[in-house]
Design a binder for this molecule. Structure first.
Ligand code: NAD
Length: 328
């Protein structure tokens, strides 16, 4: 029986992870610590609210006193750190918010967890810390970090701080670097929910540049299962890449979703490219597959079907959620 301190558990991946964990490990206790920015909301975890082994605490990872109080109260034995500013376009408009939460906030959380003697800290990083690939090649765990956007740079800063806490203090950190996730509860500003929710309303679907940027997509539940493996079997101080081996251009994704919804391609609108837009990401997940026995279970087409069905069934959620964030 464990007590997990999950940061950012009201956001997209964090809420899917908390739900996944409570179902698979019902004897464990979860403390969900989240600031509730525009991207996080209690509605994402409404189904867990009354459970005796679930507690929500609203708080900032950059608030050392608040983090210390909860760690002291709860006897936490594992931190799973998702909380972050996570949207690349917002990082281009306001990089400071990303430095504050992702770098300073993670630094604060690591320090408080170290002082509290937490025996395991899983840091959720991203493949974007590696920068961009050309037409060939894949990211392995030893690919040098070369982040391009302010978001990716701030995540690389937090990733390297986590590494330094292991190297310097022997603090028990494990780092995961995952490719693009999709699935239920993803904030409507991100690519796949934008496509779905706009197409459902017969509104134009914006596609950056020529639409040929390539991402390696992973269904969020497969990401949660990978973190489960890392948490139980991962080796302290190691990095694990997580990816679905599902490389697709953005245009492929848009066309697949339009077909699923029965909407015409005439909804597609090419818009000026994002500044510094990374051309291609692709993860080599060989290490987590061979050492921890993890494999993604949900094929992309099936995952997209499930995701489209979820947004179709949860229109009130995404309409309300979208109001929180304002425009980018
Ligand atoms: P999200 O934006 O949906 O959720 C972030 C959550 O963090 C929100 O609930 C928000 O309220 C909370 N938060 C923000 N600042 C906080 C602070 N200062 N203190 C406490 N809580 C705070 O993000 P997501 O897409 O679920 O991503 C979660 C993590 O996974 C991030 O660290 C992200 O970098 C990483 N990641 C995401 C993807 C992806 O495709 N979405 C891929 C790889 C890695």
């Amino acid at each position: 029986m464990r007590t997990l301190f999950v940061t950012g558990g009201m956001g997209f991946i964090g809420s899917n992870f908390v739900r996944y964990w409570l179902q698979r490990h019902p004897k464990d206790r979860i403390v969900n610590y989240d600031l509730l920015t525009y991207a996080g909301q209690p509605a994402n975890m409404a189904d867990a609210a009354g459970l005796p082994n679930y507690r929500f605490v609203q708080g900032d990872i950059a608030d050392a006193d608040a983090v210390r109080r909860v760690l002291d109260e709860e006897g936490v034995d594992t931190v799973v750190h998702f909380a972050a500013e996570s949207h690349v376009d917002r990082s281009i408009a306001d990089p400071q918010a990303f430095v504050r939460t992702n770098v300073l906030g993670t630094g604060c959380l690591l320090e408080e967890a170290r002082r509290a003697g937490v025996p395991r800290f899983v840091h959720i990083s991203t493949d974007e810390v590696y920068g961009a690939l050309g037409e060939e090649g894949v990211f392995t765990e030893t690919t040098p970090l070369a982040p391009n956007s302010p978001y990716a740079a701030s995540k690389a800063g937090s990733d390297l701080l986590a590494r330094a806490y292991f190297e310097t203090y022997g603090f028990p950190v494990i780092i995961t670097r995952c490719s693009n996730n999709y699935g239920p509860y993803q904030y409507p500003e991100k690519l796949i929910p934008t496509i779905i929710t706009r197409a459902m309303r017969d509104e134009p679907v914006p596609v950056y540049g020529d639409g040929l940027h390539v991402r390696d997509w992973l269904y969020v539940e497969d990401h949660c299962a990978a973190i489960d493996r890392v948490l139980h079997q991962g080796i302290l101080g190691e990095v694990y890449n997580i990816g679905g081996c599902n490389e697709r251009t953005n245009l492929d994704i848009v066309r697949t979703i339009l077909t699923e919804l029965g909407k015409p391609e005439s909804l597609i609108r090419f818009v000026p490219d994002r500044l510094g837009h990374d051309r291609r990401y692709a993860i080599d997940p060989a290490k987590i597959a061979s050492r921890l026995g993890w494999q993604p279970q949900v094929p992309l087409e099936e995952g997209l079907k499930r995701t489209v069905a979820w947004y179709a069934a949860n229109e009130a959620w995404w309409r309300e959620t979208a109001k929180r964030g304002g425009s980018v």
